[in-house]
Design a protein around this ligand. Structure first.
Ligand code: PMP
Length: 404
């Protein structure tokens, strides 16, 4: 067989999909599994958005659109992104993509060159696609550790220490997947101060969870003095409007918008037209369905955090946004004699019938940070109660007697 490229060989994946396949196989074999794996809202897309899609189909909106997206949606996305961030983003700066995810690759490919040592700094733990795309695009991955003692933000000095003349891009993600940490105004001021001394560095603000903030105000680094030009803001319809399968994301940056548009012309041509009209209805129509989902997530957050903190050996910080919980399970691993979070995850799946993800699915371990697992609480209150009760029973039943 002819050989594959180094790029193909190096391409990583999102392990959530691998674990999901394992969970589905167990479910098909008749096992009753409570799953907290999936990073998507469990609500249906709001009815008026569904109606807009049906109307678009009936109105013959079946063809390609411009690669940057239909003008109406670019304008609506520009308005929505501007309003939340206190900015004045023009529709020309905005490009519509097939989800927020493709912009990660487009951004890295647009500001780094292949194989010449260009560096990209990215959060660890973090969304696994960052590292996988950095490597696939031939850049050098430079992990930036997020620490529990910094509310899962990072120390600006650790950032400063990682920047070199070869650093081309800094990836930021707030609210953060998987820790749900938030970067606050003071964090951004410190980051901006570091970046102002480094004119060669772009930053990618992955703000896909921007509308799911529970404590305090969402802040974007783009709103800080001097940061707008170099910031690629990325947001989308997936998480706010329960539209993950519709595949609509938006990116905003004046210089890169024409480049992203060319990437899209070279890859998917455009985001699905029907989905674009649906997303327009989501952005322009009533926001009460999105607001109701946010309130449900907030109630579930409070429920799951309370329950997780009652599980022996679990300690769970209160997540500031998104829909994940990231308990520290170092002590629980010790109680049952599990070597690490991955062994705990496997035992929870096979012995307790509860599916979660382990920290190693989100990047290399960070020295001194202990063991964590991720729960997505995009699950009903009843599932949360049942699943966490199973875990508590499992830990109690398997706790080893202390060594004499
Ligand atoms: N960024 C982060 C941090 C995410 O968690 C996700 C979805 N899991 C995405 C981007 C991708 O979003 P989309 O479905 O719009 O492509």
């Amino acid at each position: 067989m002819p050989a594959l490229s180094r790029r193909a060989d190096s391409l990583g994946t999102e392990n959530a999909f691998v674990v999901l396949a394992e969970v589905n196989a167990l479910a098909r074999a008749g096992r009753d599994i409570v799953s907290f794996c999936i990073g998507q809202p469990d609500f249906p897309t709001p009815a008026h958005v569904q109606d807009a899609a049906v109307a678009a189909i009936r109105a013959g909106k079946h063809g390609y659109t411009p690669s940057a997206g239909i003008d109406e949606l670019r304008a609506a996305a520009a308005r929505s992104m501007s309003q939340l961030r206190g900015l004045d983003i023009s529709p020309d700066e905005v490009v519509i993509g097939a989800g927020a995810k493709p912009f990660i690759a487009y951004a890295i490919a647009s500001v780094t060159d292949y194989g010449v040592g260009d560096e990209v700094i990215y959060p660890v733990p973090g969304f696994p696609i960052y590292e996988s795309q950095i490597v696939a695009q031939g850049a050098v991955p430079v992990p930036l550790p997020l620490r529990e003692r910094h509310r899962f933000a990072f120390d600006p000095e650790e950032l400063a220490a990682r920047i070199t003349p070869r650093t081309k891009l800094l990836i930021l993600n707030s609210p953060h997947n998987p820790t749900c940490g938030l970067l606050m105004q003071a964090d951004y001021e410190a980051i901006a101060e570091v970046l102002r001394r480094q004119p060669q560095v772009w930053d990618y603000a992955d703000e896909i969870y921007s509308r799911l903030v529970y404590d305090g105000q969402f802040v974007s680094i783009a709103a800080l003095p001097g940061m707008r030009e170099r910031t690629i803001i990325c947001d989308g319809a997936s998480k706010t409007y329960a539209m993950t399968g519709w595949r609509i994301g938006f990116a905003a940056n004046a210089a890169l918008a024409p480049v992203f548009t060319r990437w899209i012309t070279n890859t998917e041509s455009c985001a699905a037209q029907v989905s674009q009209w649906a997303a327009l209805a989501a952005l322009q129509g009533p926001q009460d369905a999105a607001e109701a989902m946010r309130s449900r997530f907030l109630a579930r957050r409070d429920l799951i955090v309370r329950l997780l903190n009652e599980v022996p050996g679990f300690s769970c910080a209160t997540p500031g946004g998104a829909f994940y919980a990231w308990p520290n399970v170092t002590e629980a691993c010790a109680l049952i004699g599990a070597k690490d979070s991955e062994e705990l995850r496997r035992r929870l799946l096979h012995e307790a019938g509860v599916a979660v993800l382990a920290d190693i699915h989100f990047g290399p371990r960070i020295e001194g940070e202990g063991q964590h697992i991720r729960f997505s609480y995009a699950a009903s209150e009843a599932q949360i109660e049942r699943g966490v009760a199973r875990i508590a029973d499992f830990i109690r039943a398997n706790t080893r007697p202390p060594r004499q």
